[in-house]
Ligand binder design. Sequence first.
Ligand SMILES: Nc1ncnc2c1ncn2[C@@H]1O[C@H](COP(=O)(O)OP(=O)(O)OP(=O)(O)O)[C@@H](O)[C@H]1O
Ligand SMILES: [Mg+2]
Length: 368
Amino acid sequence: MATITEEAVHAALAEVVDPTFEATLAKLGTLSEVKLDGAKVLARVRVSSPAESVQVELRKRAEAALKAVGVDELALVFDVQVPTRETTSNDPIPAVRNVILVMSGKGGVGKSTVAANLALALARSGTRVGLLDADVYGPSVPTMLGIEGHPTSKDGKLIEPLQRFGVKLMSIGFLLEDPRQAVIWRGAMLHGALQQFISDVNWGELDYLVLDLPPGTGDVALTLAQNLKVTGAVMVTTPQEVAVIDVHKALSMCKKLDIPVLGIVENMSYFVDPSGERHALFGEGGGARLAEEWKTPVLAQIPIDPAVGRAGDAGTPVVQSDPTSASAKVFMALAENLSERIARLHRERAGGDEAPVTEGPKRLRILR
Ligand SMILES: Nc1ncnc2c1ncn2[C@@H]1O[C@H](COP(=O)(O)OP(=O)(O)OP(=O)(O)O)[C@@H](O)[C@H]1O
Ligand SMILES: [Mg+2]
């Protein structure tokens, strides 16, 4: 048998096609290290999302390419480097790579449930995640994440977020004496509170900051869009026409504010009975129609599952309390689809050349 050279191995791996971008590793410049150690190859590849399915597929492709040049053993290391959104010089949180708004025109469709499970799913896949409860009138994060307590400040300037299950958390609920207390802020105060939750909280370096927005299309998204460039919005709907109508309004507001729509999440899509049969209790196709009209993907269809509601009420969302359940897997798939979509959007924005991978700023800029 001909001797295997490091050059041949490198050339074979360079031609492997990355499943996220459908381009070769050579073109993407993501093959960072190749070593031949006896009969074994050690390689390092950069990926732009934590999606496990991408790593599995890449490994499969790399193994096939190496087999063709006579190598059977591969140790492949993935460097997950989540690309960062655009930040201007006065961005309040430049070390936060992506800001994701979870919203809907409609109340009660499951925004908070989706936001909490999405944040946990992203964290479980190994990325640095924060969850900001942007609903100052009806905060859900303290209940859903089962956390109470008042954030403190180490330096008297920045507020330390609370942490649970590896996710940094901030909610108006943490600042109220009594969480059931009514919050009667309007206009300027709301604007100020939100700004503080972003710029005065020590979020540190994050790959994803997930924002749980209140129902409606109003002030919150506007305030956010004025302050920083968000990565985009995840629009939550239910299949019924009444919900879909309100979601159209939210989508058109995003368009006006230049907030990219990352995709649709259709919650309460179907119910699986104990025999395993699916029932579309609220009709079918609402999410798909929205997606088609607004030229955006359906990122997930989440079943109606009493365990999802119970887990949220009990303070440990289903992704955390029962990660192998069918519903948890749907949320994990949502996190994969979303992180992949974000990676592709960043690359498109950069003109389709090498994915923008920048080392985030080392220090948080504080602007007052
Ligand atoms: N897929 C699901 N299966 C079962 N129950 C669910 C599901 N999604 C959400 N729920 C339940 O529906 C209720 C509303 O959900 P949630 O609070 O997440 O909605 P929301 O859109 O954030 O509401 P609001 O507009 O009040 O902020 C909650 O009791 C929640 O536990
Ligand atoms: Mg909510």
